[in-house]
Design a protein around this ligand. Structure first.
Ligand code: HPA
Length: 270
């Protein structure tokens, strides 16, 4: 993998991706943040050597380098999911690339279902901890010890200081920002009632189909990392209605201004 990474990194440096400080993965509900980026350079994923190629049509599939509130950022416009048929190594490849380019912090967003029924759809949740239910690890590969530690510490995968800052910013701006545990499943099917019950019992507050692999690799690379979910549906097993994916996307859009504000104010402090 090291040889592939070098090839990708050399290509991007050549394209002008130089000295980025922060990497941002734009999930559903944070897409508009791109409008605040003064773009220096952007490249479609399918032009980047060794990059997985984008498939889900509502994701734009571009790597953008630019300035956001005075900081040099790399933005992943669209991410890769396990449910699209990629491997966990594909899904997390861009994180390794951003680290090699020089980022010190990774910020992640996603859409998730609310397992904790005190949390309402349209609200935001700061991820405090996670449960990996994707059946494997992006680190479970031969030769991983040549790329860093194998037995990565996960006692505090999300940066405490960044999370405190997020909490303060939310308070100052009257934004509801819950704090909780995110469980990652493979998808793409949504959960059954029995699965939602299980997710609650095991201690999750929200469920989604992304983020955890990227967080694991970010910890492997010793990056500072934080993640926020926009809660798009309420997963009440005793009152479950058929899910409507367009409703989920619409709900993510509703929370977007709050999410954008949180991220911009946070980035100013980094
Ligand atoms: N389950 C899994 N992923 C999700 C959900 C959900 O209920 N809502 C948004 N993403």
């Amino acid at each position: 993998m090291t040889k592939f990474i070098k090839e990708t990194v050399d290509y991007l440096i050549d394209k002008g991706f130089q000295n980025p400080e922060i990497g941002i993965i734009l999930g559903t509900g944070l897409g508009q943040l791109i409008n605040d980026v003064e773009v220096i350079q952007e490249v479609s994923y399918n032009h980047i050597p060794n990059f997985p190629t984008a498939t889900v049509e509502f994701h734009k599939g571009k790597l953008v380098f630019g300035t956001l509130v005075g900081k040099k950022v790399i933005v992943m416009q669209g991410r890769f999911h396990l449910y699209e048929g990629y491997t966990l190594q594909d899904v997390t490849y861009p994180v390794r690339i951003m680290e090699q380019l020089g980022i010190h912090t990774l910020l992640v967003s996603n859409a998730a279902g609310a397992i904790n029924l005190k949390f309402k759809k349209g609200e935001l949740m700061l991820i405090d901890d996670h449960i990996n239910l994707q059946g494997s690890s992006p680190l479970a590969i031969k030769g991983i010890e040549q790329m860093g530690e194998r037995f990565v510490d996960m006692s505090a995968p999300y940066d405490t200081k960044i999370n405190e800052t997020f909490t303060r910013i939310a308070k100052e701006n009257n934004i509801t920002l819950h704090k909780g545990v995110y469980a990652s499943v493979v998808g793409p099917q949504l959960e059954t009632r029995a699965e939602y019950r299980m997710l609650k019992i095991i201690g999750s507050d929200a469920v989604g189909m992304s983020t955890v692999p990227e967080i694991i690799v970010a910890n492997h690379l010793k990056l500072k990392v934080a993640a926020v979910s926009v809660l798009t549906d309420e997963c009440d097993p005793d009152n479950l209605k058929p899910v409507d994916i367009s409703e989920i996307i619409a709900m993510a859009g509703k929370a977007e201004p709050d999410m954008v504000l949180l991220f911009k104010e946070l980035i100013k402090t980094l």
